[in-house]
Structures are given as structure tokens and as C-alpha cells.
Design a protein around this ligand. Structure first.
Ligand code: MTE
Ligand code: MO
Length: 320
């Protein structure tokens, strides 16, 4: 994110995940073993690609959330990633496969009736899964359109039962330098942290992604639990969450900690508020070469503008 020039958008053939090859191989295996054994497949390389709770996908699409743009091709979205834990380039999808998803403890704590730790898969099975197509806008002025599966953050809030004095939801990524080589670079403020106000967290649009393209979410996109807040810049959408903390203090996020003059807490999309080093007026749709105008709140103003109507005094800070 601190780079000045964007890289090219084209995908190198060698970096495309050979998913079709994998699926064919898996089908052949299932055929040989007999379909009844499918549930007993060991968690080998195959199961890792298939991911967590695979039989829950595709989740039923919620038609209330349509993007009004073509979907980004799956192989483009799953091989052009930002995940500093695995490196600073956009080509970390292979490197990220070193992340171990099992077991994956999720802690829910802070100002809640009863703190709890549970396995991610257990949590996912308790939540109402659905599919939503959202537009996505990175602060670096690239965009994509993705079919997420998952559940509203509101469902997690209801499950956690926060106390009345909870004002923010703080979310934290794993800390495992052995699996994530970027975390061995100790000048970054690991672990990655992001946050939402309670009003934002309980807004209908705030979503926890557990899947994408009708399958469990791949590691490079933030398995097993990743935030999706489509009216905000992409850095808000913290990946591979291990901890949800309800707090009365505004969390300091990873990028805010690194560059408070460039990245803030609110991070709402606004074409009229440039980043100090580049314009936010337009965005490049990855995989297409097209550049289009950016829209305030990434076009989700009807859902979220009301959240900020008493906060206008924050000015530019609402949009960085
Ligand atoms: N833990 C963690 N979450 C993260 C990031 C990161 O580096 N680490 N990058 C953020 C940024 S800047 C963007 S644009 C999106 C990219 O999501 P994608 O790789 O699925 O496109 O993830 C966000 N979530
Ligand atoms: Mo980003």
C-alpha cells in the first residue's frame, strides 16, 4: 500500500491456481473410493483446497444485494491479493497456502455477557449463511466484484451479547510468524487489527465472509473468517480473524498505526477526498483494464450515509 505506482493487472499464467486440474483429480479419487467415503476423506492437500465446511456452499443468494456490475473472474480475484502477512506483493496466493486452518480458535471477548472461545467451523455452523454480491474498492484505486458467502456481523453480535457500554467491535488477525513469513518483519505492528463502531457492525451491509464463488473462502482471501464492508476501503476488511473484542475504546488499526496521515479509522470511500499521494476519483476494475468513476460510499450510501450524519465535524477523517 505504500507503493507509489500500481502494478500491471495481468495475471501470469504460472500464478493461476490450477483449480480445474485439482477438481478433476478429486472427482477421480472420489469415484475410486466410492461416494460414501466422501465425508471421511482425510484432511490432506485436497481437503485444504476444498476448505472448511465445504458442504455448506453454495449458500442461498440474497437477491437484495446485487452489484450492478459483472462479477470479477474467480481466477483474477483469487490470485490478485493484498495480505501483508504473506508478503507485500499482490502475488501471495501460493505463499498463503502455508496457513493452517485446523484447528482455528475464535475468541469472543471484552464487554460481553460471557466471553467464549470456539472453533471457527463450529461458529460458522451456528450462523445464517447466505450469498451476497458486493462491489469492493481498495484504497489503491483498484476494484472488483465478488460473490461472498457468509453471515451478517449482526448475527455474530447477537450471538456474543455485548453489554450496553460496548461502543466498538475490534477484530484481530492470527499471529503466526512460522506460517506467515511477513510477520517475521517486525517493523509492522502485527497482528493486523481493524474495527467498526457498533452502529456500523450492526448495519445490514456489514458481513463476515466465510466463502467466495460458492465455495469456502481460500486462504489468500482471508480464510476462515474475513470482514466485508463494501462502503469502506478494502483495508478495513480484516482477514483470517481469530478474535472479536467488544470495547469502549476506538481500536487503532494496522494501517492507521503505520501511517495515520494516510489511513484512518473510518475509511469510507469518497472520490472527492484524495489520498495524500494519489487521487481517489476513479478505480481500475481488475481483470478488465477498465477504469470507472468512483462513487461516494462505493455506491452504498442509501444503506450507510445515515450512520455518519452527526459526524460531519470529522470532515476528511471520515473518508481516509
Ligand atoms: N490480515 C490482513 N487483512 C487484510 C490485509 C492484510 O494485509 N492483512 N489487506 C487488506 C487490504 S489493503 C485489502 S485491499 C484487502 C484485499 O483483499 P483480497 O486479497 O481478498 O482482494 O484485504 C484487506 N485485509
Ligand atoms: Mo487495499
Amino acid at each position: 500500500m505504500l507503493i507509489k505506482r500500481l502494478r500491471g493487472w495481468e495475471i501470469k499464467e504460472s500464478q493461476v491456481t490450477p483449480e480445474a486440474v485439482f477438481l478433476n483429480r478429486r472427482q477421480a479419487l472420489l469415484g475410486a473410493a466410492g461416494i460414501g467415503l466422501a465425508g471421511m476423506m482425510p484432511h490432506t492437500g485436497q481437503a485444504q483446497v476444498a476448505g472448511m465446511a465445504g458442504e455448506l456452499y453454495p449458500a442461498k443468494r440474497n437477491a437484495a444485494f446485487e452489484a450492478g456490475r459483472p462479477l470479477t473472474e474467480e481466477k483474477v480475484a483469487t490470485t490478485y491479493n493484498n495480505f501483508y502477512e504473506f508478503g507485500t506483493t499482490k502475488r501471495i496466493s501460493d505463499t498463503a497456502q502455508s496457513l493452517n486452518l485446523k484447528p482455528w480458535d475464535v475468541q469472543i471477548d471484552g464487554l460481553v455477557e460471557k466471553p467464549i472461545t470456539l472453533d471457527a467451523e463450529e461458529l460458522i455452523r451456528k450462523m445464517p449463511l447466505e450469498e451476497r454480491i458486493y462491489r469492493f474498492r481498495c484504497v489503491e484505486a483498484w476494484a472488483m466484484t465478488v460473490p461472498w458467502s457468509g453471515f451478517p456481523v449482526k448475527a455474530l453480535v447477537d450471538f456474543a451479547k455485548p453489554k450496553n457500554d460496548a461502543k466498538y467491535l475490534r477484530m484481530e488477525t492470527f499471529m503466526r510468524p512460522k506460517e506467515a513469513r511477513g510477520q517475521r518483519q517486525d517493523w509492522y505492528p502485527w497482528p493486523y487489527v481493524e474495527g467498526l463502531s457498533m452502529a456500523e457492525a450492526t448495519n445490514d451491509l456489514a458481513f463476515i465472509s466465510t466463502g467466495v464463488y460458492g465455495k469456502p473462502i481460500p486462504k489468500q482471501m482471508g480464510a476462515p473468517l474475513r470482514l466485508a464492508t463494501p462502503w469502506k476501503y478494502g483495508f478495513k476488511s480484516v482477514k483470517s480473524i481469530v478474535r472479536f473484542t467488544f470495547t469502549d475504546k476506538q481500536p487503532k488499526s494496522f494501517w492507521e498505526d503505520l501511517g495515520p496521515d494516510e489511513y484512518g479509522f473510518w475509511a469510507n470511500v469518497n472520490p472527492a477526498v484524495p489520498h495524500p499521494r494519489w487521487s481517489q476519483a476513479t478505480e481500475e476494475i481488475i481483470g478488465t483494464g477498465n477504469r470507472i468513476p468512483t462513487v461516494i460510499y462505493n455506491g452504498y450510501g442509501e444503506h450507510v450515509a445515515g450512520l455518519y450524519k452527526d459526524m460531519e465535524g470529522l470532515g476528511r477523517k471520515l473518508f481516509m
